[in-house]
Design a protein around this ligand. Structure first.
Ligand code: FAD
Ligand code: SIN
Length: 524
């Protein structure tokens, strides 16, 4: 099949859906998504969206908190854009029908999370993402200009390379003409030609053995753009959330929102002792990199598997009413959070780096935009401030939509693009090895490229990844395509980008902590 659309959107989380709803007023939109519409990380978001609402909070305070969390690597211009535009984007969400919790007096019930100096997180109980995703999906489904293709996997964006032309990463003269799309049931590959393409494929948490990210988070967009010779940045900064429920059987790991700490919960080691005062004066509400590293250190020193999050001193009814999902989930595994401490561990959570974009979401490839977790705007720097991710997606999908609407007017389809060449590909029995290779990759990344790194660990990871890369490319080249092998290939590409970036950073900064480059002043 060959299809022509004005706007191709790859991904149906907050970044893809809000962009689609906006550009649909100027042309035909096609959203492709590899699961069902709401199979997204967005649906899992708990804490909420950080945005300035009332005094004594101010844009300047939110900007300062973001810059501090980012440990000197944020792009201040981007931080200012994001935070000053937050008010309009939140109003828009409310117009679409998204409901944020209010207090009895009718004011928004703002929560606090790590690294925030004020209460500023708008939320819908502890299931903010579900509220956002469901409302946006409803809007998209009834829009006459938006076509949705579910259960369909974008393999690669189409560039000059597919026309048989030489493409050079350095010249930056590369154009995107659409994408090749796999139907995983028939193994057939369709061509979608688009004037403008948005990549909104989310993060890459699945590269680690344990993650809060859903199975869809396999870094596909980042890998596609890397293969197309676009610019990727800051991949060394993979964020570990300090408090995922300790339950080895469960995939993905269940998150215990940072808002629970904002509500007053404290961290204790296995002996029941508080420990955060040893690491940071902001205690359990220090930025995430610091809290995750502190927990990691406690676990190593005491030889334990988890620490505890203690809510037992908090008002029972309010705790349950603010965090009904967390309460119910913990109860389902035998933990009554009003009476028992919750065993928690740091777990891979968020990809701070990604496809480098400018202030309008434009990538280094012409006619290709990126938004959401797959992108790197410069907002997060070396460590993302809690609840700034949904906000970033809103702001940059909006900006990208405005720019796309202007750009699309002067773009023609490129009908020289050939269809996918599947010649010589056979159904390969050895495809069972894909699952094994994925586990190996996750073990390598978890053992050597986790919260604490070193030159030796990174070198080991690099060497082991090289073997997996060669084996997987060989299998990919001669096999009928499946979603699983494409995802493995993408994760291996992303692993390479993380390890290379980590090797190149000769310091400890934000989420990248190396034993070979210790921080002089780590805390306080
Ligand atoms: P996603 O929502 O992940 O959507 C990606 C989409 O791309 C999916 O539809 C997927 O199927 C599709 N896709 C991927 N690859 C392909 C492909 N090859 N072909 C076709 N489709 C593809 N952030 C906050 O700001 N506040 C929070 O409270 C918060 N809580 C969180 C809690 C959890 C448990 C998790 C996991 C994350 C949380 N985050 C939070 C982070 C935030 O949810 C995500 O960063 C954000 O939702 C990402 O949105 P997105 O649109 O970029 O990607
Ligand atoms: C949380 O609720 O702790 C997650 C918030 C985030 O990832 O921004």
């Amino acid at each position: 099949m060959r299809k022509h659309v004005d706007f191709l959107v790859i991904g149906s989380g907050i970044a893809g859906l809000t962009y689609a709803l906006k550009v649909a007023k100027r042309g035909k939109v096609c959203i492709v998504t590899k699961g069902k519409l709401n199979d997204t990380a967005t649906s899992y978001a708990q804490g909420g969206i950080a945005a300035v609402t009332y005094t004594p909070d101010s844009y300047e305070k939110h900007i300062k908190d973001t810059l501090i969390a980012g440990d000197g690597l944020c792009d201040e211009n981007i931080v200012r854009i994001t935070i000053t535009e937050s008010t309009n984007r939140i109003k828009e969400l409310i117009r679409w029908g998204i409901k944020f919790d209010k207090t009895k007096s009718g004011r928004f019930d703002l929560a606090k999370e790590g690294g925030h100096s004020e209460y500023r997180v708008l939320h819908h109980k502890d299931r903010t993402g579900r509220e956002i995703e469901d409302t946006l999906v409803e809007q998209v489904k009834k829009h006459p200009m938006i076509e949705v293709i579910e259960d369909t996997f974008a393999i690669d964006i189409i560039t000059e390379h597919h026309l048989g032309l030489e493409v050079n990463r350095r010249t930056k003269d590369i154009t995107c003409y659409g994408a090749y799309i796999l139907n995983p049931r028939t193994h057939l590959v369709d061509t979608i030609l688009s004037k403008v393409t948005l990549i909104a494929t989310g993060g890459a948490g699945q590269i680690y053995s344990t993650t809060t990210n859903p199975p869809i988070s396999t870094g596909d967009g980042i890998a596609m753009v890397y293969r197309a010779k676009g610019t990727i940045e800051n991949m060394e900064f993979m964020q570990f959330h300090p408090t995922a429920l300790y339950n080895l059987q469960e995939k993905p790991s269940f998150l215990i929102s940072e808002a629970v700490r904002g509500f007053g919960a404290v961290l204790r080691n296995a002996e029941g002792k508080e420990f955060m005062h040893k690491y940071d004066s902001r205690l359990a509400l220090a930025p995430r990199d610091i809290v995750a590293r502190a927990i990691d250190n406690e676990l190593k020193v005491l030889g334990d598997d988890f620490v505890y999050l203690d809510c037992r001193h908090l008002p029972k009814n309010e705790l349950i009413s603010h965090f009904p999902t967390i309460y119910a989930k913990c109860l389902s595994v035998g933990i009554d959070i009003t009476r028992d401490m919750i065993p928690v561990v740091p777990t891979a959570h968020y990809t701070c780096g990604g496809i480098k974009v400018d202030e309008f979401g434009r990538s280094s490839i012409h006619h290709l935009y990126a938004s959401g977790e797959c992108s790197c705007t410069g907002l997060h720097g070396a460590n993302r401030l809690a609840s700034n991710s949904l906000l970033e997606s809103l702001v940059f999908s909006h900006r990208a939509s405005e720019d796309s609407i202007e750009t699309v007017k002067s773009i023609e389809f490129n009908d020289q693009v050939p269809d996918w060449n599947a010649e010589g590909m056979v159904l390969n029995e050895e495809m069972v090895l894909v699952t094994q290779s994925l586990k190996e990759l996750q073990a390598i990344m978890t053992s050597y490229v986790g919260i604490v790194r070193s030159n030796l660990r990174l070198k080991r990871a690099f060497d082991r990844l090289e073997i997996l890369y060669q084996e997987t490319e060989a299998l990919y080249d001669k096999s009928i395509l499946t979603q699983k092998i494409c995802e493995l290939r993408n994760l291996i590409n992303v692993g390479y980008l993380i390890i290379k970036a980590a090797m190149n950073r000769k310091e400890s900064r934000g989420l990248h902590y190396s034993l070979d480059y210790p921080r002089i002043i780590e805390t306080k």
